[in-house]
Write a protein that binds this ligand. Sequence first.
Ligand code: FAD
Length: 292
Amino acid sequence: MAKNTTRPRLSFEVFPPNSKVGVENLTSTLDELRNLDPSFISVTCSNHKLDYEKTTIDLAKYVHDSLKCPTMVHMPAAYVTKTQVARILDELEELNINQVLVLRGDIIDGFAPESDFKYASDLTKFIKQQKPFFEVSGACYPEVHPDSKNRIDDVRHLKEKVDAGCDQLITQLFYDNEQFYRFQEECAIAGINVPILAGIMPIVNRKQALHVVENCSAHLPKKFLAILDKYKDNPVALKEAGIAYAVDQIVDLVTNDVDGVHLYTMNKSDTAKHIYENTASLFNLAPTAELE
Ligand code: FAD
């Protein structure tokens, strides 16, 4: 497998909040995240609301214009039409935002919005036809997408997505780096040669751990389950251990030449800051405080 010879990149994901309080919290979170000098901040999209342009695009505008931070916009293929995408792309170009993370979006039973795209690769192709200079990222799954028959099928479709124009991939969160290394090898064998950024989401409470297990098809290794068990009645210790676990994962990934780390921040800056302070020099970023 080709080794990454450039410095790995650190990026963050945030989501559009649902409430006024959430907006206020996110504003200060974003100020803090901006100070950590990420290579970009990505803004998620929600399937449950169809006000994509008011939520995702508006927040992306804020990150780009007010914070002057490179911005990536998530776009859900199964929830948009060609007309809508063409209009949004023009708008993004005018704003100088040219990074898009193309997703199929989760399919919700009984909900069939109007769309011209079935898979993320269909939307990728369309964006590259409309705006060849846009950088398109795609999602990938070290532990296999739940809809896939098997690993081979999943990687085959991933190769089609890259051939459709994906410039880089960002993984679903995972807690066992060996799963990621195996996936990297499978991609290399399949001829997938674009950068793969590792998606890391520190688990800082039990509710979040449950959510990960139920919704993200990521398995929690024994080492992590032991932490959850040991600190089940001590939320402060659990949070610290969860952050330390993420730092350990990142150190190992960077040591093994990962192309980049994409941190799922859950709109919380304190966890991201802790991780940054313990890994900044791995990314050649300035630490926030001088070491003694
Ligand atoms: P696709 O690449 O379209 O793949 C979906 C499934 O279809 C896979 O099983 C794939 O193997 C299969 N497949 C692909 N092409 C074909 C084909 N031609 N024939 C048959 N099968 C095929 N969701 C949101 O709603 N909002 C977000 O902001 C969001 N952000 C995300 C960020 C990251 C980094 C990741 C990893 C996921 C994110 N998701 C988000 C979740 C994502 O939308 C879901 O996981 C969704 O179920 C699949 O999206 P995809 O883009 O991977 O789909």
